[in-house]
Design a protein around this ligand. Structure first.
Ligand code: HPA
Length: 272
């Protein structure tokens, strides 16, 4: 079965249930899932119940699709994402994003936990992504292109929408959050980087490093949806940090700044 038809099966399943037609999609990264609890008029689906969605295996990723309202806006949240290092096919990683885009969202906010490379960044900072570098060794658009979803060679010169970036920065400023901006480099993982790899990424122009988001951004642009990205700097990257990296530090830092993160999203969404 073509992916396009699978997407439509997933959408039909969701539509058979009670749901709100979403305007904005949100993907919640490691430790940032709690934002979904702040949404009103919730309607929740487990990924495991939706046709063609794979199982989620990472701690801190719930695996729920949450429809709801933030003030005037109807949103749909992917609470938990798939990572390429889990072993799924790259097409399965981005499948939920395609479903949201197929449901007619106009904008998507991708969030993640990331390691800080830029020496000005500290754990706990939030960074608005203004561009990315795809070093995952794969592209989610590889293989046959289905023109019903998007073009064979989509432009990537403006992946992260400039207007949306300005809105986020303005609101961050009004909340006193001192938001950073920068370039997100995506590697496959799951091992963290070596100090030499981090040095390389720094020379390449990356400000933060992570293992997600980029395939999702590419697919959303493929389907003509506007993208915004926010990284939570959960740790200093390898070699910049004096101590070994671990996932616990990542989730603990995300947890520490989640209130800032939630406050930012709650104010940003009505303005999108
Ligand atoms: N490297 C890669 N991915 C990450 C990191 C990191 O340091 N921190 C959180 N996600």
């Amino acid at each position: 079965m073509k992916i396009y038809d699978q997407i439509n099966e997933s959408i039909s399943f969701i539509k058979k249930n009670d749901y709100l037609k979403p305007e904005i999609g949100i993907v919640l990264g490691s430790g940032l899932g709690e934002f979904a609890n702040t949404v009103s008029k919730k309607n929740i689906f487990n990924y495991s119940d939706i046709p063609h969605f794979k199982k989620v295996s990472i701690k801190g990723h719930a695996g729920k699709l949450v429809f709801g309202k933030i003030q005037n806006k109807t949103i749909v949240i992917l609470q938990g994402r798939y990572h390429f290092y889990e072993g799924h096919d790259i097409k399965d990683i981005v499948f939920p994003i395609r479903v949201l885009c197929g449901m007619g969202i106009e904008k998507i906010i991708l969030t993640n936990a990331a390691g800080g490379i830029n020496p000005k960044f500290k754990p706990g900072d939030l960074m608005v992504i203004h561009d990315h570098i795809n070093l995952m060794g794969i592209n989610p658009l590889k293989g046959e292109n289905d023109e019903r979803m998007g073009p064979r060679f989509p432009d990537m010169s403006n992946v992260y929408d400039k207007e949306l970036i300005e809105i986020i920065l303005g609101i961050g400023n009004s909340l006193g959050l001192k938001l950073k901006t920068g370039v997100y480099a995506a590697l496959m993982g799951p091992s963290y980087e070596t100090p030499s790899e981090i040095k390389m990424l720094s020379i390449l122009g990356a400000d933060v490093v992570g293992m997600s988001t980029v395939p999702e951004a590419i697919v959303a642009r493929h389907m003509g949806v506007k993208v915004a990205g926010i990284s939570c700097i959960t740790n200093l990257a390898a070699g910049i940090s004096k101590s070994p990296l671990n996932h616990k530090e990542v989730t603990e830092t995300a947890n520490r700044v989640k209130n800032n993160f939630i406050a930012l999203l709650e104010k940003v969404i009505p303005e999108f």
